[in-house]
Ligand binder design. Structure first.
Ligand SMILES: [Zn+2]
Length: 135
């Protein structure tokens, strides 16, 4: 039981950052501790890109979606070829729609994409000010 919980936390810890970020904004950490909030936001971005359990966005030679699970939106499944395919899709803008369709086809992918989007905005909003010295 305890080890099962640990496994779930190990897989989904990045999503635990979301309520933390939310509370951080709620209590105006962006004003009092922007680097803490920015750091947590960046962590959530990295989690979505490299750790979150999502479906592999690659397509097979038969034109079907790969059914394997991948870790992170940037990485494909364990097949080396698919890792490259995912990266290439991000580089070629014309295939973004394709990538989006694949990612949003599953709940896990949508959650990871939403996390990436929200956390990236949060990171930018909290870090750009202090880094530029304007805040
Ligand atoms: Zn794959």
């Amino acid at each position: 039981m305890a080890s099962k919980t640990k496994k779930i936390v190990a897989r989904y810890w990045g999503y635990l950052l979301i309520p933390v970020l939310f509370l951080g904004w709620w209590f105006r950490f962006n004003e009092t501790a922007p680097l803490v909030l920015g750091g947590l936001s960046s962590l959530a971005v990295l989690y979505a890109l490299f750790r979150a359990p999502v479906p592999c966005a690659a397509t097979t030679r038969e034109g079907e979606f790969c059914r394997h699970n991948a870790k992170g939106l940037l990485r494909g499944c364990y097949l080396k070829q698919h890792k490259w395919q995912n990266l290439k899709m991000l580089v070629r803008r014309s295939s973004w729609g394709n990538l989006g369709r694949t990612v949003f086809r599953s709940v896990a992918g949508s959650a990871a994409a939403a996390t990436l989007f929200g956390a990236a905005i949060s990171a930018a909003a909290t870090l750009i000010g202090p880094v530029l010295g304007g805040g």
